[in-house]
Each structure stands twice: as C-alpha cells, then as structure tokens.
Design a protein around this ligand. Structure first.
Ligand code: G3I
Length: 361
C-alpha cells in the first residue's frame, strides 16, 4: 500500500460528513478521537473558506430543475458553478438568431440565490456547435467574413447578457490537439489563428471585469500541449491581448498514472502572470467499482487538490459533475464510470472524504 493511501484510509474514517449509518466506514470510534485534534472541515464550502479557494461543480440543468436532492447538495457544497452544457452555442442559439437562454439563466439564477460564482463555459469550441452554423460553413453559404461577424456577435451577445454575473469565461476551449498543434477547427480553418486574439478582445470589451481563460484537457501532462499553450499565451501577451487564466480540465482515470508534474506545470503558467483553475475534474475507473479503486480515486482527487493548493495562482477547483448519477463518463468511455466524488445516491465516496482530509493538512 502506498503511504498516501494509508493516510487516506485513516482520513476516510473521520466522520467529517454526516454519513448515513450504512455508509459509515469501519474504525469510526478511533477516528472520532483523532478528529478531535483537528479543525473539523464540515463540507466543501467549509474547505473552500478555509483555503480561500472556490470549489465548484458542473451543473446538469435538467437535474437542477427536477431533483430536489441534487439541488440541495449542489447548493450546500459548492461555491462556484459551471453549466455543463447550457451555455454552449448549440444550447443558446439552436436556430440562427433564435436565442434560448432559459437553461443558462437557470444556472446563473441558482448561483445568485445561493451565493455562488459562475464560470461561463464556453464561448468558442469545435463541439456542440449549432447545426445551422456547421452546415452553413460546410456548404459554403457562410463565408469567412460572415463567419467572423457571426462569431463576434456570439461572443458579444453572450458575454453582455451575463455581464457582472460570470466570474470567469472559458473563451476558447480545446484550441490545441494532442500532438501540440493548433486544432483544425472551423475557426482555425476559416478565420486563421487570429480568431483567438479577436475572441479575447471582444469578450473583454463586453465585460471588462470577467476573467478570460483558455481551457483544455491533458495540459496536466502532455508536453506538446503545454509548450504550445505557453507559446500561444506569450504571443497573445506580446500583442496585449487580454488573457487572465489557464484552465486545466483535469479529466483523469485511475488506469493511468497520476500526472505527477502537474503542480510544476501550473507554476509555469502562473509565471506568465495567469490565474489557474482546475475546471472539469473527474477521475474515472474501469468498472466494476472496488474499494481499492475507490481508494486510488480518492488519492487522485486529493493529489489534484493538493497540487492546486500548492500554487498560489490556483483559484478554483471545479469537478465535472459531483455525482455518479449524472456524469458524462459512462456515455463516452465504454465500461468506465464512477468518476465523481458522490455516488448515484448522493452519498459521499472516499474521494469526497479525501478532499476534506486534504484541507486538514
Ligand atoms: O441535447 C440532446 C438532448 O436533446 C437529448 O435528449 C439527449 C439524449 O442523449 O442528448 C442531448 O445531447 C447531449 C448533451 O451532452 C446534453 O446532454 C449529447 O448527446 C452529448 O454528447 C453531450 O455530451 C456532453 C459533451 O461535453 C459533448 O461534447 C457532456 O454532457 C458534457 O459533459 C461534455 O463536457 C465536455 C466539456 O464541455 C469540455 N471538456 C470535455 C467535457 C467532457 O467531454
């Protein structure tokens, strides 16, 4: 057993959360005594307060509306929200010029009612674009000049709508591919690489106080991506483009090694003057779930939070959904799942307890 797992096993036994009797871990009495010597971190909001960091979750709007228990736990635990899908282009403008803000508004309204801040996700991406846009570009009825105008209007309209209500925007999402090249998207192909600088400038003009981020996955460890992003950011800064932050999505799996250099990678971005956020943390596993896999998952979550806390510029730690009841993972990775910190019944998993234990160090 690795030392961290031993430490976690001990920590997991600390009843920092009112667990249902059936979920109470063994060894609770001894742990109770040990816990008396520690400041008791009650929940994730408490953890956020203690460390002066935002702890966020992606929000499934259908669940937010329909499930009182989901809503209750979301609002009890988290200080920051990201709409999982509701602010994406296909959601907000499914037909050209026809805006459907209800779902996005619901996330922002929930946040305002519950003292939470919001990450806007995402203004520019190659996925979940509306059909009218992709088919128009494909059949040539939307040419480059018009495409640029459409993009500008999209950025301005959405950022203005939530001016003052969104703390940080993922302005451009996943702009680099896994080989470290600029991703071949309709934006790069039809507008050239300058679309990134344009988008940040438009966003800044629309809401001067929102923090503007690039956001991507595998930047935790993929050297090609890391180098490419560092050079994109330096180029943007040389052109005085307003960029404030780098988002590390943090989609991990226990079948892969933990990205052990992540904190140093964060520091390289922070050294450019950027704010850092972990924006979409989850840790999937090959099913079935076993206690050993849950312990490893807990270790990964804890290490990720430790990495973030060790970098002063890391201001937000957001999970990509907090419950296995609603997670993108099983739909995307055959035979994998259980990636979240609470189970399908909203019971805390070892990963949840490990996050609270991380706070006690
Ligand atoms: O909108 C339809 C809905 O009308 C239909 O009833 C339903 C039936 O399956 O499908 C709905 O669309 C799905 C959509 O999520 C909303 O639930 C899509 O099929 C599904 O592909 C889509 O998946 C999302 C995925 O992005 C798409 O790329 C996931 O929920 C979402 O978690 C995921 O999030 C991304 C981040 O935005 C960026 N980083 C990676 C991350 C994980 O892929």
């Amino acid at each position: 057993m690795r030392p961290l797992i031993v430490a976690l096993t001990l920590a997991l036994a600390v009843p920092a959360f009112a667990l249902p009797a059936s979920a109470a871990p063994p060894g609770q009495d001894a742990a109770n005594a040990a816990a008396k010597n520690h400041h008791r971190v009650k929940d994730l909001r408490d953890l956020a307060r203690k460390h002066g960091i935002r702890i966020g979750s992606a929000v499934d709007v259908a669940a937010l509306r329909a499930e009182a228990d989901y809503r209750h736990v979301l609002n009890r635990e988290f200080t920051h929200l990201t709409a999982e899908n509701a602010m994406k282009w296909e959601s907000v403008e499914p037909e050209r010029g026809v805006y459907t803000w209800d779902d996005a508004d619901a996330v922002v309204a929930n946040a305002r009612r519950n003292g939470q801040q919001v990450r806007g996700h995402t203004l520019i991406w190659h996925n979940q674009l509306p059909g009218w846009l992709t088919s128009g570009v494909e059949d040539g009825s939307i040419g480059p000049a018009e495409l640029r105008k459409i993009l500008r209007e999209h950025v301005q309209t959405q950022v203005r709508r939530y001016k003052g209500k969104i703390r940080a925007w993922d302005v451009v999402n996943e702009a680099v591919d896994d080989d470290g090249n600029m991703r071949q998207t309709i934006w790069l192909q039809h507008l050239g690489p300058g679309y990134i600088a344009d988008a940040f400038r438009w966003a800044r003009a629309a809401d001067p106080r929102a923090k503007l981020y690039l956001n991507d996955y595998n930047v935790e460890w993929n050297q090609g991506k890391i180098d490419r992003y560092l050079s994109i950011i330096q180029e943007l800064q040389a052109q005085r483009v307003p960029i404030d932050g780098m988002g590390f999505q943090g989609h991990l799996g226990i079948q892969y090694d933990y990205p052990g250099d992540w904190a140093n990678v964060m520091r390289r971005f922070a050294a450019l003057g950027l704010e850092i956020a972990v924006t979409e943390m989850d840790v999937r596993m090959v099913l079935p779930v076993t206690p050993e896999k849950l312990a490893t998952q807990a270790e990964y979550y804890s290490r990720a939070l430790t990495d973030c806390l060790s970098v002063k510029a890391c201001r937000e730690f957001t999970v990509w959904g907090y419950t296995d009841r609603h997670s993108w993972v099983p739909g995307w990775f055959d035979g994998e799942g259980a990636a979240c910190i609470l189970d399908e019944n909203l019971r805390p998993k070892p990963a949840y307890q490990a996050l609270l234990a991380t706070a006690r160090r």
